[in-house]
Design a protein around this ligand. Structure first.
Ligand code: CNA
Length: 278
């Protein structure tokens, strides 16, 4: 089995070996891949967790199927469900988690190369992760435009609309305005496409809180060198983790696993201090 493969870079497939490697001179460039699971403890539901996930709670929005809330053709006919969701998820209401502070700490230690995130909650920035290290692969609520003529729309005006659950309309043509969040079938931002080749420079990949079901994002995990250790921190097993000799799965809640990892690293006081300041 995979368990029988002896790791080539790590001493063993466990948390203390990961910490040992992170403290060694061989580990310089850490890449992160994040999903909704890193923000659930902030009070933002993920998509696919049974019972608590957004997909199991979208029934009241009268959708033909849950994913429709992020489909452009459905939005064109009925933008209300998306605006309802946007109202619930709107950045500003939530405090970053200890996991977000861990990412900032990695940056302060000079280890973070790039943090690829699928999240649209902007909690990475709010935790103080340097902006140039964050790739918001699925966009964010920072900007918005008309779905018909692509005219941009004022930031403050948009905020007012979402907070009041009103549909924003284009000043020039009257079309619906949509935040620059990537919907199903839409291209990913140019900044994401340009950052993907950097994965080859990874000395360590940490994947946290994602079901690895949304493409092309999920495929990033296959882009690091075969020899690059990959660590999965998630409630359950996902993707192809375990197929490579230096894959490590640390299953559990990411805040708890991150605390344990920081204890092993001797970083626990710094982690708590960063989080207290956030
Ligand atoms: P998902 O498909 O809902 O998967 C979440 C994963 O996280 C699952 O495997 C869970 O088991 C796991 N998980 C949940 N809670 C925890 C926890 N506390 N600790 C560890 N693991 C946990 O979400 P993905 O991000 O994989 O799906 C991609 C979508 C979700 C992206 O397009 C996002 O834009 C979208 N999304 C974002 C947010 C946000 O911005 N916070 C919220 C909901 C959905």
């Amino acid at each position: 089995s995979n368990r029988a493969n002896k790791p080539k870079i790590l001493a063993a497939r466990d948390i203390s070996s990961v910490a040992g490697y992170m403290k060694s001179k061989d580990c310089k460039n850490v890449m992160m891949m994040l999903g909704a699971g890193v923000s659930t403890s902030a009070g933002i539901p993920d998509f696919r967790s049974p019972e608590t996930g957004l997909y199991s709670n979208l029934a009241r929005l009268n959708l033909p199927h849950p994913e429709a809330v992020f489909e452009i053709n459905f939005f064109r006919r009925n933008p209300v469900p998306f605006y309802t969701l946007a109202h619930e998820l709107y950045p500003g209401k939530f405090r970053p988690t200890i996991t977000h502070s861990f990412i900032r700490l990695l940056a302060e230690k000079g280890l973070l190369h790039t943090c690829f995130t699928q999240n649209i909650d902007t909690l990475e920035r709010r935790a103080g992760v340097p902006e140039e290290k964050i790739i918001e692969a699925h966009g964010s609520f920072a900007t918005q435009r008309c779905i018909d003529c692509s005219e941009t729309f004022d930031d403050n005006d948009m905020k007012r609309h979402i907070l009041q659950k009103k549909i924003a309309r284009c000043v020039s043509c009257g079309g619906y305005v949509k935040p620059d969040i990537v919907f199903f079938g839409e291209a990913l931002p140019e900044i994401f496409i340009r950052a993907v080749p950097n994965l080859r420079k990874a000395d360590l990949l940490i994947v946290m809180g994602t079901s690895l079901t949304v493409q092309p994002f999920a495929s990033l995990a296959e882009r690091v060198d075969d020899s690059c250790p990959r660590v999965l921190i998630n409630l359950d097993h996902v993707g192809s983790f375990g197929s490579r000799s230096d894959d490590v799965a640390l299953l559990g809640k990411c805040d708890e696993v991150v605390r344990d990892l920081c204890k092993e690293l001797g970083w626990d006081d710094e982690l708590n201090q960063l989080w207290d300041e956030t």
